[in-house]
Design a protein around this ligand. Structure first.
Ligand SMILES: [Fe+2]
Length: 248
């Protein structure tokens, strides 16, 4: 760690988001984006102190089954579907691992059905599957959880639009500026490339970053397939400076 440097290098502010990499707010093929997207040009503001320092949460709030979606809502037995393990690392833009990141995830069941009152899709609710959980990254920025592979589901957009199988992620890093909400898709799924929400992402390489690879080495015999999904949060501008001081 460095104890030197100008205030500019030590202020801990974050890199700006790359708006060409993230999907635009206005994307007519994704119908609800039309009404909720801004009508005026965005203003660029510097990071505020609370953005750079919050959030703070206790690590003792997690229960023992919070990262096990196969068991955390089970009542009469295990849920139906393909058992999978999802794991990966959370890094910043300078490839430094981020420990202590709260990772939350939610998803549909194996039939593509969410446990939600307003859900109108015909697929059945699984009484043994809730579809949400959370964990915290370890000292090397690693996370892992066990779940059921979600199914594709239809949604009211075009006449017959379907979402590819996906898991929603929310990440709280070391500051509010690192908050990220995203979705993970599954390698080899032909539904990915026809989805209007996926297609709102302008660069195919950015889409591929959301596709988890089948991780054969982590598959458990007679038990579960495994997928690997690494996630990059915004980095601090001071990080590169600190690395140079260490002679890296
Ligand atoms: Fe979803």
């Amino acid at each position: 760690m460095s104890d030197q440097g100008s205030s500019h290098q030590r202020d801990g502010s974050f890199y700006q988001r790359d708006r060409d990499w993230h999907p635009p707010a206005f994307f007519p093929a994704y119908k609800t984006s039309v009404l909720r997207s801004p009508r005026q040009a965005l203003l660029s503001l510097g990071n505020t102190l609370s953005e750079m320092t919050g959030p703070v949460f206790g690590h003792d709030m997690l229960g023992p089954l919070d990262n096990d979606l196969i068991r955390n809502y089970a009542k009469t037995g295990d849920p139906i579907g393909q058992r999978i393990i999802v794991s990966g690392r959370v890094l910043d833009e300078d490839a430094r691992p981020l420990p202590g990141v709260l990772v939350e995830f939610w998803q549909a069941n194996a039939g593509g059905r969410y446990r939600h009152k307003k859900e109108s899709y015909l697929a059945a609710i699984d009484p043994n599957f809730g579809g949400c959980g959370r964990t915290i990254t370890d000292a090397e920025g690693r996370y892992t959880f066990r779940t059921i592979k979600p199914g594709a589901y239809p949604w009211p957009n075009g006449v017959n639009d379907w979402r590819p199988a996906h898991i929603h992620f929310s990440l709280f890093g070391h500051a509010f500026a690192q908050r990220l909400i995203t979705q993970m898709y599954f390698e080899g799924d032909p539904m990915i490339w026809q989805c209007p929400i996926v297609r709102s992402i302008p660069d195919d390489k950015a889409i591929e970053r959301l596709v988890a690879a089948l991780d054969r080495e982590s598959c458990l015999p007679m038990d579960a397939l495994a997928y690997k999904f690494d996630i990059v949060l915004r980095g601090r501008r001071s990080t590169l400076f600190e690395n140079r001081k260490e002679g890296n």
